[in-house]
Design a protein around this ligand. Structure first.
Ligand code: AMP
Length: 196
């Protein structure tokens, strides 16, 4: 029996009256306790071949176990926010339907940033080959020292809301209680966000 690479969690063997035993050896059943969720991931790049970087990131996210990319926005060229003395970004948002747990997903996104794109965190919010942010994990609200979902700054960022609105205009923000289209409609910001 072969198992997908995603089977690295808990292995259970059913025996007798359906009792479960955790084992290290060959598993009979790979048990993933997480039901599939629609998650939304923001992508941004302002170093190197930015469009190619985004396409590569979409492909890498698509290769993650227990899921598939089910929507992808247009690509946008956007002015930097915060640290403005840096090149413009290309931004997009995708939907990943996944059985990965939230922190596992974040770990894997960070692995893509560092291992695939050799991202170095030198200047906070500075130039980067790839930035991946987890915007939503279903309608879950998570706040701990590692992960905050919905992403805390997304509602102020046109470079996130505009591509997100391409693929999920009616999605309700689980904390604000209004749709992405409505958040975008009321946003006042001077960022430049141009579809390419
Ligand atoms: P950044 O350097 O902007 O990619 O920020 C990465 C840091 O933000 C890491 O320490 C993450 O643990 C943390 N973080 C918290 N919530 C999120 C989120 N929803 N998506 C991505 N990173 C997050």
């Amino acid at each position: 029996m072969t198992f997908p690479p995603s089977c690295q969690g808990v292995f259970l063997v059913f025996s007798g009256a359906m009792q479960c035993t955790e084992v290290d050896a060959t598993p009979w059943l790979c048990f993933n306790p997480h039901v599939e969720k629609d998650t939304y991931i923001a992508l941004g790049s302002n170093l190197g071949d930015r469009e190619l970087n985004l396409l590569r990131a979409v492909a890498e996210i698509g290769k993650l176990p227990s899921g598939k990319v089910t929507a992808l926005s247009s690509f946008y060229e956007t002015s930097p926010v915060g640290v403005i003395d840096q090149p413009p970004f290309i931004n997009a948002v995708l939907r990943l339907t996944t059985g990965l747990a939230p922190h596992d997903l974040l770990n894997r996104l960070q692995y893509i940033e560092t291992a695939i794109f050799s991202r170095k965190r030198t200047i906070c919010r500075g130039a980067r080959t790839m930035d991946l942010d987890l915007l939503f994990y279903g309608d879950e609200v998570i706040s701990d020292e590692i992960l905050t979902v919905p992403h805390p700054r997304m509602a102020e960022r046109r470079f996130v809301l505009q591509p997100l609105s391409d693929i999920a205009p009616d999605l309700i923000h689980p904390v604000l209680g209004i749709s992405i289209a409505d958040i975008l409609e009321t946003l006042r910001s001077d960022e430049t966000v141009v579809k390419i």
